[in-house]
Design a protein around this ligand. Structure first.
Ligand SMILES: NC(=O)c1ccc[n+]([C@@H]2O[C@H](COP(=O)([O-])OP(=O)(O)OC[C@H]3O[C@@H](n4cnc5c(N)ncnc54)[C@H](OP(=O)(O)O)[C@@H]3O)[C@@H](O)[C@H]2O)c1
Length: 337
């Protein structure tokens, strides 16, 4: 099947590290350059995640082999499949696993992947919408599902989302608001309060307020739960301000990986700290969660407000912006003309 209906060359964003010399740029690849896998995909859209930014710098520590095509997410149409679960013409998506870090990823017009990584595009979601959600939105969805499993319901009170204008944050705000939660968002971008209110936040806090270091082990109980892609002092703040019996879902570290807290939130308020991991999230649970992402979790305003689109040539610039925390919402990458 390899290369049967593929063009002799196609475009990709490639990073390389030869003899300590790092390079990154758009290159032509041939079908023979594609890695092993049962499913060959004509990529329609990819997107930009924080991890993709790390893949595009020499000391990002996420790429495990060079040369590499970054892009941890992709959506496209199956061109050929030797696995009978998928056939030519199927619309599919892939997120995580080794994609874009140890296996050529989404920033290419074609990709080849193991069938076990592939999710059939659920009804109710276009390929572009799936990439507007991407790993960031999947992470928001896992966070919300874990909080629900811990007993979270809209009646419990407001939910705080940190890094609220970012990918995980903005999709979480929109999903929670759509489920009927009262949502508060914290952000370092003073000019984006209206954006967050349009997504459904009823309260906006400054990043300074939620990341101020404190020696107090507990503070006034404010939040029924927290969705935290920021980490560091913000995660510590959430733990000491979450209400009795609540939980915080921790997924990221844009604000730092160190956590300075005490056991008091755990032993005096019964707070749970829930870890969220999207890359190796089991495939069956992942396929079910994508069904929810096309249904009750589908972020409102996905295409109009949350996501904007760029071409492959614009990807290097966006990757720099996301590392500075400068991206608002989600960036979808269009691979086909
Ligand atoms: N566990 C997983 O499986 C998983 C999956 C996806 C992502 N992640 C992690 O989640 C984090 C967010 O990813 P993303 O793709 O959503 O990135 P993103 O779009 O860049 O969003 C991160 C947001 O964090 C805030 N922020 C940036 N720098 C900050 C700082 N110094 N202190 C506090 N807040 C800061 C900014 O929002 P405001 O300006 O609104 O404050 C920024 O937009 C990353 O650490 C990523 O690695 C983990």
């Amino acid at each position: 099947m390899a290369g049967a209906s593929l063009p002799s060359s196609f475009r990709a964003f490639v990073v390389d590290n030869k003899d300590g010399q790092f390079s990154a740029g758009i290159r032509e690849l041939s079908p023979d350059d594609l890695p092993q896998g049962e499913v060959t995909i004509r990529v329609a859209y990819s997107c930009v995640n924080y991890k993709d930014g790390l893949a595009a710098i020499p000391d990002g520590r996420v790429v495990r082999s060079y040369p590499m095509v970054p892009g941890v997410d992709l959506a496209g149409t199956v061109v050929a499949s030797s696995d009978n679960r998928f056939r030519a013409g199927d619309e599919v998506l892939v997120t995580g696993y080794d994609l874009g870090v140890a296996h050529f990823g989404g920033y290419a017009e074609y990709a080849r992947v193991p069938a076990d990584w592939v999710v059939a595009l659920p009804q109710g979601l276009s390929m572009r919408e799936a990439m507007a959600i991407g790993t960031a939105g999947l992470t928001a969805a896992i966070s919300i599902q874990r909080l629900e499993e811990n007993g979270l319901r809209p009646a419990n009170g407001p939910v705080l989302v940190s890094g609220a204008t970012g990918g995980v944050g903005s999709t979480a705000v929109s999903m929670l608001a759509g489920l009927g939660y009262q949502v508060a968002g914290s952000t370092g971008k003073a000019e984006e309060h209206d954006f967050l209110r349009a997504l459904g936040a009823s309260e906006v806090l400054s990043r300074d307020e939620v990341s101020a270091p404190s020696n107090r082990p507990l503070e006034r109980e404010r939040w029924a739960a927290g969705v935290d892609p920021v980490g560091g002092d913000t995660l510590a703040y959430m733990l000491r301000t979450t209400k009795y019996g609540g939980a915080v879902a921790s997924s990221g570290l844009t604000g730092g990986s160190a956590l300075h807290t005490t056991v008091m939130p755990f032993i005096l308020r019964g707070i749970s700290l829930l870890g969220v991991e999207s890359v190796f999230y089991p495939i069956e649970a992942r396929r079910r969660l994508w069904q929810r992402l096309a249904g009750d979790l589908k972020p409102r305003g996905l295409s109009e407000s949350i996501a904007h689109e760029v071409a492959l040539d614009e990807v290097p610039g966006v990757l720099q912006t996301i590392l500075r925390g400068g991206v608002r919402g989600r960036v979808v990458v269009r691979l086909q003309a």
